[in-house]
Design a protein around this ligand. Structure first.
Ligand code: HEC
Length: 226
């Protein structure tokens, strides 16, 4: 009786899962019909992160912050001295312990662009590194002097990399945008590389522990009839 009940219950559960959760996850995975470019970035590439930090300071910090990050942390992770990070990212205008805040004054973004430029600390995690990469490269000239964006249609963010694109080769432009996306991926999860490096050691340790506990179990039960 009980097994029968359980059986029909688990069948229903399986139907419920296949009927609701699965289609939902497909729908989320597919997302809006967006073709994103692949950033092909590498958060282990410290030189790319260093370039990305400087580009971010030059091209993005006028409007955006990454306020959950401090300069001193960037210096430690990217192999810079404290003074170096301050020079390269703020022209000496901040302290190493300061958060990476934007240079725009409060309320100005709202006035000029009709919206706040969002904090970018977690943007790469929220929308994906490929999204950030594609968004900053996604501008096209709708009419003369009027830009729109493939990734976020009608965005109020100006095409800030227009000059960079015009004055550099395709390779340089690709590298600049990749470095910026790479830096934002690092900022969104500074521990990522350390977690990767630690992860396999933990798994290895657990596997060894499994073998030991198995041998121990055999030893304990050796003389007991069961
Ligand atoms: C002149 C000001 C300004 C500069 C400079 C600027 N942005 Fe923006 N950014 C904005 C504004 C305003 C928004 C909000 C756009 C919207 O909601 O339409 C925005 C939004 C974004 C978003 C979020 C898009 C989304 O899907 O919601 C990302 C990512 C972004 N910016 C990245 C950058 C990067 C990277 C740089 C540097 C290369 C940069 N921005 C430089 C003003 C700026």
């Amino acid at each position: 009786m009980l097994t029968k009940l359980l059986n029909s219950f688990s069948k229903r559960l399986i139907w419920l899962i296949t009927g609701t959760v699965l289609p939902m996850s497909f729908a989320f995975a597919a997302g809006p019909n967006l073709q994103l470019e692949s950033a092909n970035n590498n958060v282990r590439d410290v030189e790319s992160l260093q370039r990305g930090a400087v580009h971010f300071a030059n091209y993005c910090m006028a409007c955006h912050s990454t306020k959950y990050m401090r300069y001193i942390r960037i210096a430690r992770d990217l192999g810079w001295q404290d003074e170096e990070v301050i020079d390269k990212m703020t022209y000496g205008l901040a302290l190493p312990v300061d958060d990476v805040i934007t240079r725009i004054q409060e309320g100005v973004s709202q006035q000029v662009f009709g919206t706040e430029a969002p904090d970018l600390s977690l943007m790469a995690r929220l929308k994906g590194t490929d999204y950030v990469y594609s968004f900053i490269r996604g501008y096209f000239e709708e009419e003369e002097g009027k830009w729109n964006n493939h990734v976020l249609a009608g965005t109020s963010m100006p095409n800030v990399l227009e000059g960079v694109k015009r004055h550099s080769t395709t390779e340089e432009y690709d590298q600049t945008t990749r470095d910026i996306a790479n830096f934002l991926e690092y900022v969104a999860e500074p521990y990522k590389v350390k977690r990767w490096d630690l992860g396999w050691k933990v798994i290895l340790f657990l596997l060894l522990l499994l073998i030991l506990t198995y041998l121990l179990k055999k030893e304990y039960w050796r003389d007991i009839k069961h």
